[in-house]
Each structure stands twice: as structure tokens, then as C-alpha cells.
Design a binder for this molecule. Structure first.
Ligand SMILES: [Zn+2]
Length: 201
């Protein structure tokens, strides 16, 4: 499981805090660590906090480069990047590739059921910035965050995020401006999906 902890830095003395992008994913990974301690999973899990995501996915690329020897053992990357959105964000989105390499058709159907019955509004695919839903925008989302690096290394992935919103890469991406309810529901939903995958992969 991956989440990047870097953000875009400073402009003069103004700090871009990046509450949604990606303190939210980082906090979710810490929460996951707590859950995994209480309820040990079936599989070994790497909780990878990446740096340099905003500088062309540097941290994820370094991880892949330095761990060639274990790549064949990595069944899946679950990447968390922007789980809390703005106050107006109402949905969590996801995309995945290669899940059929690690889960059967029946298991995928059950996972889909879990996703559809999620406590929050969980949508497959992302809208483009203009609001249109099309293949091109989904393709660009494949390389939009650290999961793209795992994808290039032929590792299946699921990526969770809220999509682009008004505070994205702005000074207004602060804790006060996130949707806390959406974030809490997102973490819960991702954990439930994780448990199913861990028990079935
Ligand atoms: Zn990000």
C-alpha cells in the first residue's frame, strides 16, 4: 500500500499544506498500520510512504529500482492519493488494472458487490477536468500517481482518490477545507476492500 507524503512546497513564505494531497492518504496508511497491528493480515504488507510523488513519482520509481528482487512477490499495489477532497467532494473514485491476474471472476464479482455497497459513494473511473467521462481521461489517471510506476512494473493496482477539485495544488488545500466525513468513509471502505482482497488473493 502506498501514499506519498510530499507536496508542492512553498511559494515565497506561503506554504502549500496539501491536506488532501496527500496528508489524507498518509493518514489513511497510518490508520491501516494500526488496524494491521490489531488484526494481522494473511499476507505480508508493505506500507510504503513515498517522497517525490509531485516530482515525477521519484519515490515510487526508487522503490521499484531498489527492490527488483521482490517485485515478483508483490501481488498488488493499493495506492491512496487524495481521499478527503474539498467540502464539495461527495465521491471517492477508483481505477484498477490487472486484478484478474490475482482474483477469480467470482471473487471480482464479490469485490464489486462490496464496492457497490460501500458506506460512501464509490465510483469506478474518473471524470476529466471538464466533467466529461471518457477513456482518455481514465488513461491519464493511470499515470497520475505512484500506482503508475507499479503498473509499468507489471504489478496489478487499485488507485483510490477523489479526483481534481477546486483546492487541488492550491494554498486552500488545508485541513479546514477537506470533507472529513468523506475521508472517514473512504478509509473504512478501502479497509473493507483490503480485508476481502487479503482473504482471497
Ligand atoms: Zn498527490
Amino acid at each position: 500500500m502506498t501514499a506519498h507524503f510530499d507536496h508542492i512546497g512553498k511559494n515565497g513564505n506561503k506554504i502549500f499544506n496539501g491536506a488532501d494531497d496527500n496528508a489524507s492518504g498518509t493518514a489513511a496508511l497510518l490508520s491501516m498500520a494500526q488496524q494491521l497491528t490489531l488484526y494481522p493480515p494473511q499476507h505480508d504488507i508493505i506500507l510504503l510512504f513515498t517522497d517525490g510523488e509531485e516530482s515525477n513519482l521519484k519515490g515510487a520509481k526508487a522503490f521499484i529500482k531498489e527492490h527488483i528482487d521482490i517485485l515478483a512477490d508483490i501481488k498488488l499495489n493499493i495506492n491512496l492519493d487524495m481521499l478527503a477532497g474539498s467540502k464539495r467532494s461527495q465521491q471517492l473514485h477508483f481505477i484498477s488494472r490487472g486484478l484478474n491476474k490475482v482474483l477469480s471472476t467470482n471473487q471480482l464479482a464479490t469485490l464489486k458487490n462490496i464496492q457497490e455497497n460501500s458506506a460512501i459513494d464509490l465510483k469506478k473511473g474518473f471524470k476529466s477536468m471538464s466533467g466529461a467521462r471518457n477513456g482518455a481521461s481514465t488513461n491519464s489517471w493511470i499515470n497520475a500517481s505512484d500506482h503508475g510506476v507499479f503498473h509499468k512494473a507489471h504489478i496489478p493496482f487499485i488507485y483510490f482518490g477523489v479526483g481534481v477539485h477546486k483546492n487541488y495544488h492550491e494554498l486552500s488545500d488545508t485541513y479546514q477545507n477537506i470533507n472529513l466525513q468523506l475521508f472517514i468513509g473512504a478509509v473504512e471502505s478501502i479497509y473493507q476492500q483490503f480485508i476481502f482482497i487479503d482473504n482471497n488473493i
